[in-house]
Design a protein around this ligand. Structure first.
Ligand code: SF4
Length: 211
């Protein structure tokens, strides 16, 4: 649904809704039980602010996605910011080496709730071809991931698809004001779920509480 501000020169403070049927449907939904949650979800879904964590070639494909041909602003997600406090969608695009992993974790922690993560490409999702001592074998060993985008590199359209899927999930959140952080910490692969991996031990110390 399109919503536009006042026409130039109209100081009335009114907001125009593009389609009358959409406006009527939105009004009906907001009056029904659970309408508050629906409204919050609707606003969130159309105002994702991504923070790109681009470290390698996948970041070039990310640039293709925000460029004019694909243009994620069509989905309300064009405000790419490089400060975690203003962002709610982290897109990790590229190889994450062990030295970079604590920085990634810190930036994720600094993002305000609610927040989501898209792991873009084979390197971010699993270490990719770099099965070496120095590369993190998947960012989900240190931060929770909502969507994985396969490929080396993935096409920008694939990342766009992940964003659209995320928007669908946000719009169906039954309890948008509940923090999911505790659940997410448990979910992190290899730290709480399946025990410490050798690399998680390196990053977090033997007890998993951080050095
Ligand atoms: S997945 Fe492929 S394209 Fe993406 S960062 Fe790794 S090597 Fe580069």
């Amino acid at each position: 649904m399109g919503v536009s501000a006042n026409p130039p020169g109209d100081p009335s403070g009114k907001v125009a809704v593009a389609k009358l049927e959409d406006a009527a449907r939105l009004a009906r939904e907001l009056k029904a039980p659970g309408g508050g949650a629906k409204f919050v979800n609707w606003a969130r879904k159309h105002s994702l602010w991504p923070i790109p964590f681009g470290t390698a070639c996948c970041a070039i494909e990310f640039m293709g996605m925000v460029g004019s041909s694909l243009d994620i602003s069509r989905f309300g997600a064009e405000f790419v910011r490089f400060t975690p406090r203003q962002c709610d969608l982290m897109i990790v695009a590229g190889t994450i080496v062990n030295k970079m992993a604590p920085v990634l974790k810190k930036i994720y922690d600094q993002m305000a709730e609610p927040k989501w993560v898209i792991s873009m490409g084979a390197c971010a999702s699993s270490g990719g071809m770099f099965n070496t001592y120095s590369v993190l074998q998947g960012i989900d060993r240190i931060i929770p991931v909502d969507y994985y985008v396969p490929g080396c590199p993935p096409r920008p359209e694939a990342v766009l698809y992940a964003i659209i899927e995320l928007q669908k999930r946000i719009s169906e959140d039954p309890d948008p004001l509940k923090s999911r952080e505790a659940m997410r910490e448990k979910w992190i692969r290899g730290i709480k779920g399946r025990g410490l991996t050798p690399k998680a031990k390196l990053l977090l110390g033997k007890d998993g509480q951080g050095k």
